[in-house]
Design a protein around this ligand. Structure first.
Ligand SMILES: Cc1ncc(COP(=O)(O)O)c(C=O)c1O
Length: 423
């Protein structure tokens, strides 16, 4: 009998992860769910901000919000953006939908693995999606020069790049993204999805937002739900020159943004310091969580600048079984990546969380390993061994034999993933 009472069949329905609400509803009374699945900022809003939101909840729910252009103007003034360069919508997912409907006419290139809407949305509307497979042997790092060459070979008319990329957490320096935009100034559109960029600490000003708004064909996408730790509100925005931003803004319904979104937009200018502090704490947690995960024998941890880690499980573990075991026995939700293009069930995405939650996750993973796998390393204390960072340690030059393999020559029109023996 599962310790949490959760029937894991809810994890096997549909192509998306079960929602937090699905899992919480299925849990027995008093079971506290820890979410390592949905990447959001655990340190923002602060408890005081939540108190303020709770105090105002009645009027927030009772009254119409201002119309979306008024809320967008306020957001632009709070973030010091030119108002005509901003379009705000119900989550960046909604903007991806409109970008597809209005700005992608025939084809779009996208590196995979990545956020599923970037491949699924244009396919649903009949566009050609040119998938550029990131290679596991390169740690899923995106080489922009190779990507540009691929875009030229395929004659893609729109190019997308996610910086930071989901699920691998790879970050591309700003100067390289600017070069990329310039190399593709003849395309219909270049989209830089920066939904996770606030979490990166690689450079002081990582965003290409200011560079996009002075270019003829560039869009930058931001997810406020991720940044502010408020996925439930559904708000995000895009930056582009006034012609492109205006084209999208005009299509959005007048009262598209809700009163909670309006309330938070008005609150954030008073809480800039707390937001900065939340990002600092997140960077600290990312470093310590990375170190903890690297201590699990056989687990590959990919370096990340996002608020999540991509990990590859030891070859004898099953991602689906581990995900189910963690929910059923430890109340821990994780993202098993088997349904992501370019990934297999051997990969998991684990959200960066505070140390106490990470301890619970690691305990759960070791509990799974001890129960189902008899690898001798778990008979002793697996946490005792010296950690090795596969993607940062130059001495680590032996190639595991179960990498996801793609054809070296990416010729032809079809993307075909050849998956080597990965359990
Ligand atoms: C790269 C990327 N872009 C956009 C989104 C959508 O974010 P939102 O919640 O703002 O719709 C996601 C969600 O995971 C994502 O990974």
């Amino acid at each position: 009998m599962a310790r949490t009472g959760i029937d894991t069949s809810i994890l096997h329905k549909g192509s998306h992860s079960a929602s937090f609400f699905d899992v919480a509803r299925a849990a027995g009374e008093g079971v506290e769910i820890v979410d390592f699945c949905i990447p959001c900022n655990p340190y923002f809003p602060t408890p005081e901000m939540f108190d303020e939101l709770s105090r105002d909840l009645k009027s927030i729910l009772k009254y119409y919000p201002s119309d979306s252009s008024a809320i967008t103007k306020k957001l632009a003034s709070v973030l010091n953006l030119h108002p005509q360069t901003v379009a705000m919508a119900n989550g960046s997912t909604e903007l991806i939908t409109w970008i597809d409907h209005l700005l992608i006419k025939e084809s779009v290139a996208i590196p995979i693995p990545t956020f599923g809407r970037w491949t699924d949305q244009p396919m649903e509307t009949g566009k050609r999606v040119d998938m550029f497979p990131l290679q596991e042997r390169d740690g899923f790092r995106l080489d922009l020069e190779e990507y540009v060459q691929f875009i030229r070979e395929r004659k893609s008319r729109v190019a997308v790049v996610c910086n930071v990329n989901n699920p691998d957490g790879h970050y591309i320096p700003r100067r390289d993204v600017i070069r990329f935009m310039d190399a593709l100034s003849d395309l219909d559109l270049v989209v830089v999805d920066e939904s996770f960029i606030d979490f990166s600490d690689a450079e002081r000003y990582p965003s290409v937002g200011p560079d996009a708004v002075i270019r003829p064909n560039a869009v930058v996408l931001k997810s406020l739900g991720k940044n502010f730790g408020l996925h439930g509100i559904r708000f995000g925005y895009m930056l582009a020159n006034p012609a492109i931003a205006g084209k999208i803004a005009k299509m959005l319904p007048k009262w598209n943004l809700n009163s909670l979104a309006e309330k938070v937009v008005h609150m954030i200018s008073d809480h800039e310091m707390e937001y900065e502090e939340s990002l600092r704490l997140l960077s600290r947690d990312r470093r310590s969580m990375g170190r903890e995960l690297q201590r699990i024998q056989g687990l590959t941890v990919f370096p990340s600048q996002g608020n999540f880690f991509l990990v590859k499980l030891p070859s004898e573990w099953s991602g689906v079984a581990l995900r189910d075991y963690l929910v059923a026995n430890h109340g821990i939700m994780t993202r098993e990546c088997g349904n992501k293009l370019g990934m297999t069930s051997q990969f998991m995405r684990l959200v960066v969380r505070p140390a106490a939650d990470v301890d619970r996750l690691v305990d759960g993973m070791l509990d799974y390993a001890q129960r189902f796998h008899t690898r001798s390393v778990y008979d002793t204390d697996p946490m005792e061994s010296t950690p090795r960072a596969r993607w940062t340690d130059p001495a680590y030059d032996d190639q595991p034999d179960n990498l996801i393999q793609y054809p070296a020559q990416r010729a032809g029109n079809e993307y075909t993933a050849r998956r080597a023996a990965v359990g």
